[in-house]
Write a protein that binds this ligand. Structure first.
Ligand code: GLV
Ligand code: GLV
Length: 333
């Protein structure tokens, strides 16, 4: 039987060619339309490898309809769209694309931070709408970034990369994480604190924690109420970490100053989403890792992971290392 990999979106040529060197590829060759669930279910029925996007829900039902599946290679560092426990119990390796997107995503986090604090989008719209009549002392005034306090929630690779940028802006950096990161503290001078302290003391709060049942609605009404009225919330991580209804209230009521969002609870959001009606929100369509260079690297990494998985070798970027014995056992029968 030929080895088959299914890819759920139009995919960069070089990485696609690489997979084709090793196996038969079928692809949902659309740029803007995700694969319909029925098509995904049909395609995985005889697939050995699945290379998917964060838009595909790879849940128990999908996995159960894929008896030959050895590997699910996600084109993202986050993998909350995949039921990893179910995959593990079936001996299926799950992989992601960490590392290669760290700096690019940290750049975007900082771009959002600067755009939001200095009202770049609002000011640009103002000018383009012909509203700029004269220079004026307090016109389009924002919040200072240099020397401010930054609170990072989730001190992983991207959190560290944001902290490195903050040092250049003379910022004091606080962080909250499941566990203390002594290396980050030594290397970047960041200070661990409880979530409530971070929220109370920070001028900018950046959420970078993975989306898990424990982190859902981590930032809700109660947490937003702790933030300064001049504070800015930046979410380049995952929607669902920040409660959107609570955030809307906090922004509309002047409880916090502004928000920069690259992610939403339900994506894509429509232009009439309440948060998008607010002038103090800068909103982006989940482009954190979207540089040409990084997306090509992610595609190559995801390709390599799927190739290893369908040829019986443990992929490099495993998110479920505990699958190893079950994964290898499937090849020895
Ligand atoms: C994008 O959000 C990713 O997880 O890579
Ligand atoms: C992702 O790479 C993270 O650990 O933040």
């Amino acid at each position: 039987m030929t080895t088959k990999v299914y890819i759920t979106r139009k995919f960069p040529d070089e990485a696609l060619a690489k997979i084709r060197e090793h196996c038969h590829v079928r692809i949902w060759d659309e740029e803007d339309i995700p694969v319909p669930r029925e098509v995904l279910m049909q395609e995985v029925a005889d697939a050995d490898g699945l290379l998917c996007m964060l838009t595909e829900q790879v849940d128990e039902a999908v996995l159960a309809s894929a008896p030959r599946l050895r590997v699910v290679s996600n084109l993202a560092v986050g993998y909350n769209n995949i039921n990893v426990a179910a995959a593990t119990s079936l001996g299926i390796a799950v992989t992601n694309t960490p590392g290669v997107l760290t700096e690019t995503t940290a750049d975007l986090a900082f771009a959002l931070l600067l755009a939001t604090s200095r009202r770049l989008v609002e000011a640009s719209d103002y000018l383009r709408a012909g509203k700029w009549k004269a220079w004026s002392p307090m016109q389009m005034t924002g919040q200072d970034v240099y020397g401010a306090t930054l609170g990072i929630i989730g001190m992983g690779r991207i959190g560290e990369a944001v902290a490195r940028r903050a040092l250049g802006f003379g910022m004091k950096v606080l962080y909250f994480n499941r566990s203390r990161k002594l290396d980050s503290e030594r290397e970047y001078g960041v200070t661990y604190c409880e979530l409530s302290t971070l929220l109370t003391e920070s001028d900018f709060v950046v959420t970078l924690t993975p989306h898990t049942p424990e982190t859902a609605n981590l930032i809700d009404r109660e947490q937003l109420a702790l933030m300064k009225s001049t504070a800015v919330l930046i979410n380049p991580g995952r929607g669902g970490i920040v409660n959107e209804a609570a955030l809307y209230e906090a922004l509309a009521g002047g409880q916090i100053w502004a928000a920069g969002l690259d992610v939403f609870e339900h994506e894509p959001v429509s232009p009439d989403h309440p948060l998008l009606t607010l002038p103090n929100v800068v909103a982006l369509p989940h482009i954190g890792s979207a540089s040409v260079q990084t997306r090509k690297k992610m595609a190559m990494m995801a390709a390599q992971n799927v190739i290893l998985g369908v040829t019986g070798r443990m992929p490099n970027e495993l998110v479920n290392p505990e699958v190893e014995a079950a994964f290898l056992a499937r090849w020895s029968v």
